[in-house]
Design a binder for this molecule. Sequence first.
Ligand SMILES: *[C@@H]1O[C@H](CO)[C@@H](O)[C@H](O)[C@H]1NC(C)=O
Ligand SMILES: *[C@@H]1O[C@H](CO)[C@@H](O)[C@H](O)[C@H]1NC(C)=O
Length: 365
Amino acid sequence: MKLMPTVFCLLLVVLALGGARVEARGTPSADQGSKNQWSSMFVFGDGFVDNGNLPKTDTWRQWSYPYGSYLNSRGSATPVPTGRLSNYWIQSDFIARILGLNEAPPSYRLTPHLSCDPSGMTFAFGGAGVYEVPDKKVPTLATQVNAFTRLLNTGVISKQQLQSSVALVSISGSDYMTGANVDNAFLSSFDDIDSYIGNVTTEIAKNVGKLQRLGVRKVLVNNMHPIGCTPLRTSANNYTTCDLLANYAATVHNNNIEHLMGNKNNAHILDLYTAFTDIVNHAPGEGSEQSNNFKRKLTPCCEASTELGYCGQVSPSGKRLYDLCKNPEKNFYWDETYPTTAGWEAVTEALEEPLREFLDRDYVP
Ligand SMILES: *[C@@H]1O[C@H](CO)[C@@H](O)[C@H](O)[C@H]1NC(C)=O
Ligand SMILES: *[C@@H]1O[C@H](CO)[C@@H](O)[C@H](O)[C@H]1NC(C)=O
């Protein structure tokens, strides 16, 4: 009983300090940087930033063992799948660290009902696009934003949290894959392709606009990485060169994004195209230091050992049906689509400076 007043006083001190910290948020000084101002993050889009929404029982990709298995070498006793489509950390983890968080906010699926972590939430879903993929039950970008809207409307996510929140939107080409809506669109000419890409980018911009109207202060939007350089496309020529037509589509996409979003207040385009290209597809002799750190740039680390198999596949008797490279630190790509943690680290380094400038800039109401 005697202790009570002491505890109470301590509590008051803690509250007062907490209050002071909140006050300081409005005026970030150089040494505080964006760390204190942006304490929460909401993540939308696809597998570049999904950290656990893709269910393990998913039939189109039996995601299990190799994903996150290298957690092992970083201090955990047994390999633990992290829910990420990579060997360990992914883009949203690195962006979260720039904000001063430890890692990406927890996934929607793994967050307890009617709650929201102070660091935010990840709605992104591996394989998602702006359009529905007919035979895959993947929530589109708009569906993800709707889920976020519901949590806001019901007060699970508070207005206060929203004010110190940054959103990250990643749409990285699911809409342009075989089996996607594009197959139903009967694209037979460059005009059709341009029109379809125009529709995809318009949808992205619409959702960004919606997030801003809902009160998210700052929005980060990935542009399209050079999709012609993913191992999925380079496998056709033994992982030697990028597919130029696919990269052309990415540049059309990016010109649209720039046009729709380039001058928008409180929105920032993360230039994945340049960051990826500088690493995996620079002109010979112009390799940056970053680029030279990678020995294998167009080849997956994790590869199916059978023709129709996939990374992570195991036989009914539990036999591994995929091969892993020896040194994922030297591989840019983890599997046929997603970069390694080392790849993401290098990409984030290239994005960091303009991103910090954007975050430090005043919010324009
Ligand atoms: C783009 O959207 C418009 C309007 O919804 C539609 O009429 C058109 O068919 C779409 N284009 C393609 C190539 O999907
Ligand atoms: C593909 O590349 C590997 C490794 O460089 C080589 O051993 C193999 O012969 C090549 N295959 C073809 C079909 O070019």
